[in-house]
Design a protein around this ligand. Structure first.
Ligand SMILES: Nc1ncnc2c1ncn2[C@@H]1O[C@H](COP(=O)(O)OP(=O)(O)O)[C@@H](O)[C@H]1O
Ligand SMILES: [Mg+2]
Length: 264
């Protein structure tokens, strides 16, 4: 299922990147939104999709009040063109709705619709960024299966590292995914990120290589410092890259965009 979708989307030349983490509150939405802005600045046509279908956040980050959402597209009440908004920084945004219990379970119908929507977007944009919800629900796993690349956001907290490892393990087991991109968010110094990325790779080598019969590659794409400018920007409902592009966390996301492009 996922292979077929991934290859058909890849053939269209788009880059579908899922941003996930296992644990919630680690900075997926921050990374996804600001990475989208950084890629636009690099001249790319970028669509950001709120894949947290039951608990959407991107509309808040951008201070938008969408009247049409991905939910309307998935249920056939609106077209993609009606739902895609132009958000600040030149980002095309496909917002989701919040408080919808129907997405706590993933039906075959929603899967088919979502697959079709993402394939369609993949033909229209250079990058489609999928900001997933927390956890390893069917929806999160399915969303990741539609992406060519998965960017795992990890913080230095042991719980975040454990959940990132758990997510990598499940995606490798269920979807035979071997390559992962890792970004360490909220680091306190320059050595912390490298240490955590190495630790994840070592544990994967030790426990998963034999169990799964394949080697996993966890590519460390960069670190983002803990930066009080990040929650400040969220409170202002502005993108950090827009209000303070020189802030340490903004510069780190700009570097992450360059690293992701170079790796692809
Ligand atoms: N590098 C950072 N420095 C400081 N605060 C951060 C950083 N990254 C994220 N945050 C804060 O952490 C919280 C959770 O971020 P969010 O992007 O919503 O996480 P997720 O999408 O993984 O749930 C937000 O309040 C955000 O401002
Ligand atoms: Mg989020």
């Amino acid at each position: 299922m996922s292979n077929e979708t991934t290859s058909s989307v890849a053939a269209a030349g788009a880059k579908i990147l899922a941003i996930t983490s296992g644990k919630g509150g680690v900075g997926k939405t921050f990374v996804a939104a600001n990475l989208a802005a950084a890629l636009v600045r690099r001249g790319k046509k970028v669509l950001l999709l709120d894949a947290d279908l039951g608990l959407a956040n991107l509309d808040i980050i951008f201070n938008l009040r969408p009247t049409v959402t991905l939910h309307d597209v998935l249920t056939g009440r609106a077209t993609l063109d009606e739902a895609v908004l132009m958000a600040p920084c030149g980002i095309a945004l496909l917002p989701a709705a919040s408080g919808l219990v129907e997405y706590s379970r993933l039906t075959g119908e929603v899967q088919d619709e979502l697959r079709a929507v993402i394939a369609d977007l993949g033909r229209r944009y250079d990058y489609v960024l999928l900001d997933t919800g927390a956890g390893i629900s069917d929806l999160v796993l399915f969303t990741a299966s539609l992406a060519q690349d998965v960017l795992v956001v990890v913080t230095p907290e042991p719980t975040s590292i454990a959940d990132a490892y758990g997510t990598v393990k499940i995606l490798a087991m269920l979807q035979k995914r071997q390559d992962f991109r890792i970004v360490i968010n909220q680091v306190k110094n320059t050595t912390e990120g490298g240490r955590i990325a190495r630790q994840l790779q070592t544990v994967a080598n030790r426990f998963l290589t034999t169990q799964l019969g394949m080697e996993l590659k966890l590519q460390h794409m960069g670190d983002i410092p803990h930066d009080p400018a990040v929650p400040d920007a969220v409170r202002k409902r502005k993108l950090l890259l827009e209000v303070l592009p020189g802030a340490p966390a903004a510069r780190a996301v700009t570097a992450l965009a360059a690293a992701l492009e170079a790796a692809s």
